[in-house]
Design a protein around this ligand. Structure first.
Ligand code: SAJ
Length: 425
């Protein structure tokens, strides 16, 4: 472990990024205060427990709290370094909502001292560090880049693999001055094994949002391909597998839409900044936002001939093997059938709370169902045996929007199968 000089850190925002980062710094010898506006979250962490599900995090956070190097509170304190790791959602009109970033910056102002370093980790529209955070911090009377240092170091970790990626991923640090970036590097290199790449703050912000935009545009291409192949009566999944054998092609996967709080959000930060030049980015967003509606059409065709359809939806998380349902396309799909008055049940082995009631067991969810609609490729669903499922259901249709099930096996048991972007049988 590198020398940490007993530095005091303050992490504002104890969510999916702030809590793992705070725990990581604490277990690497820093004295960390985690700050959150929620009493419940503060109490939970101070008990040595956590409020989110992420592999390995409960153990790491508990160890950090036990060692007394991590403590949570509602207010910041004077520290050597402040991290801002709060959400940056979008408004209904797709503009970035920087309220939490502004509030966190304001909360730091009374505690800011000469020589401090402030790092914005929240994904932000290009220009936020220099144009929003710096002016607020300067309300302290101190000057950015002279009296205090300021940098943007975007989080890039994948939910479900956060702890490993916090260590292994390369990390970008964009300073408002070169010294700001250099000081940030000294901090992160205590646990980051990947390369640490230094740049300016606005370039770092753009690098982060274009990473997620790259993925969004590629998923839009895959979703468009799924509709094209359905129209042509061929399988997009076969096409993708074959095309990806080319050494320079990496087609993404179609699905019921793009969820989560990052990929469906960040591209709008670019569109907002330079709308007239962001045509492809905007179109990809629109294609992905339409995809839940396309999934609805695929499910509707599967139940079209059924007398009294009842759908069992499998999976409401925004992606496989996580408990997070934010921006999940499953919600739009289920809301459609709710409005249409089609009876349904919902089962998700990873999720405890959702906008609609969840069945506790798969037996409860499948009881009397006529059609399974798999919306998320949780590992568990691939282990289901259609021979065991069949007697629980009243009729036997299955729609797979993720290419997760071995549909030949389901067909062999007498199910009518539909694969989004595949061939119906
Ligand atoms: N999805 C598809 N097809 C694909 C890949 C994903 O439909 O081929 C869907 C998923 O089902 C999900 C959504 O896209 O609904 C997003 O999932 P994801 O796994 O692509 O990404 P996130 O949102 O979990 O995490 C992303 C990651 N960014 C990149 O891979 C470039 C992560 O590294 C970032 O840290 C994170 O966004 C973030 O916080 O910005």
């Amino acid at each position: 472990m590198k020398e940490t000089n007993g530095k005091q850190l303050c992490v504002l925002g104890l969510g999916y990024i702030g809590l793992p980062s705070a725990s990581m710094f604490a277990t690497h010898g820093f004295d960390v205060l985690g700050v959150d506006v929620s009493n419940d979250i503060v109490d939970t962490i101070n008990r040595g427990e956590i409020h989110i599900t992420e592999p390995g995090l409960a153990t790491l956070a508990a160890a950090a709290v036990k060692s007394q190097r991590l403590r949570a509170a509602l207010e910041p304190r004077p520290s050597d370094v402040f991290f801002i790791a709060v959400p940056t959602p979008v408004h209904g009109d797709h503009g970035a909502d920087l309220t939490y970033v502004e509030q966190a910056s304001r909360a730091i102002v009374p505690h800011l001292r000469k020589g401090n370093l402030v790092i914005l980790e929240s994904t932000s529209p290009p220009g936020t560090t220099v144009g929003v955070v710096q002016p607020i911090l300067e309300e302290s009377g101190l000057k950015g880049g002279v009296d205090f240092l300021l940098a943007h170091s975007p989080e890039r970790v994948l939910p479900g693999q956060i702890l490993r990626e916090l260590i292994d991923n390369d990390r970008i640090i964009g300073g408002i001055t070169p010294e700001s970036a250099e000081e940030g590097k000294k901090l992160y290199e205590t646990f980051v094994a990947g390369d640490i790449l230094l740049t300016d703050a606005t370039t770092a912000e753009m690098a982060k949002v274009i990473e997620n935009t790259y993925r969004d545009v590629n998923i839009a291409l895959a979703n468009e391909l799924s509709r094209i192949c359905d129209t042509l009566g061929i399988s997009a999944w076969d096409v993708i597998e074959l095309a990806n054998r080319h050494p320079r092609v990496n087609l993404h996967k179609p699905g019921p839409g793009v969820g989560g709080h990052c990929i469906a959000v960040d591209p709008w930060f670019i569109v907002q900044a330079v709308p007239e030049q962001s045509r492809l980015i905007r179109l990809a967003r629109e294609i992905n936002d339409e995809q839940p509606h396309y999934a609805v059409q695929v499910i509707e065709s599967a139940i079209a001939g059924q007398e009294s359809p009842k759908i069992a939806f499998l999976g409401v998380a925004y992606k496989a093997n996580v408990d997070d349902t934010r921006e999940s396309p499953a919600l739009n799909i289920i809301q459609h059938f709710d409005k249409a008055g089609v009876p349904f049940s919902i089962f998700d082995p990873c999720v405890n709370r959702f906008q609609y009631p969840l069945a506790k067991t798969k037996e409860e969810a499948l009881d009397g169902a006529t059609c399974i609609a798999l919306l998320v490729n949780h590992n568990e669903f691939a282990t289901w045996d259609p021979a065991e499922i069949k007697p629980l259901m009243k009729a036997h249709a299955v729609v797979d929007t993720r290419n997760q099930l071995d549909l030949a096996q389901w067909r062999a048991e007498g199910f009518t199968t539909t694969l989004l972007g595949g061939k119906s049988t």
